[in-house]
Design a protein around this ligand. Sequence first.
Ligand code: FE2
Length: 331
Amino acid sequence: MVELTTIEKLSSKASFTELFQAGDLENLIWEVKLFAHKAFKNKNSADWRELQFMLFEMNLYLMQNGYGLGTSRSLKEWVIRDTIERVEKQYQLQEQISSEPNNDAAAFISWLKERISTHRVNHHPLFVLFDNDDLSAEEVRYFLSNYRVNMQRFHLHVAAYSLIVPFEMREELYHNLYDEFGQGDFSQAHPNLFEPLMNYFGGAREEDINPETCHLLNTKISLCWFADGLHYGIGGMGALELAIPLQQRHILAHLRRRGLNEEMVKFFVVHCELDEDHGEGWFNAGLPYIRTDEDLQKIFDSAMRMLEARAGVYDGILRGILSRRMERQAR
Ligand SMILES: [Fe+2]
């Protein structure tokens, strides 16, 4: 079902299926390229929304059914993904890191940690609503529903990425997975901890999902499942893990002030108070493999790309909350 929707969506842009069947890969690439340029030029556009949902559906299908090697789906998807990734890269902010911390991996990492902590994602205006207890139960539900999309699948990116890292580095990743799965107690696996809280606020709905939420998942898939070497994963996932407690403590404090008991907020307690060393672990594990200026640049680029995608999730949620409030006022 998902495969058809994906291809149908593309078909509405141009007749991709027909083009492909005619063996015209050049045309497929050309059409996807045009579509992707329109999308990345304007992240408020219908094209952006459609592109992110298309990739998202492809990614959910991938997680359920694998790559489908030897099928027409497989080849089509590789072409579509590859074309979108090439276009997306052109729209990323380029910041050349100064030669100051270069070639000293440890000094670079401590500099990078500083950059991560000052990133806009950690000081997002959405957190002002949490800090001021300025959120209705329905708004918290909508937030959690978007949060859940990426939370549920976090461990899968770690697992997929682990396939291409050296044996020694896998130790850290599998340690991370062990924690994600409740350290041997499946009922404490992080996605399981989240559900009672989600249900308390009324449960997740498909129509809650924003394109920015899809974009974060799509970014993780590109950097971890379709990795181009190990450095993009170190930067992207390390930055995410390191910054998570900085963001979640606003949420945790708000939920506690709402009167929720410790059992209910356990998901956030785990990430704010127990999991703090995960980000450190990612960078420490990667340290032996950071050797050249190019490695440093890749780690930096992917850290910023991932944090920006995460900030985008908060942008989308905040926009959703404010526009709903305005709709209500207009009524
Ligand atoms: Fe977790």
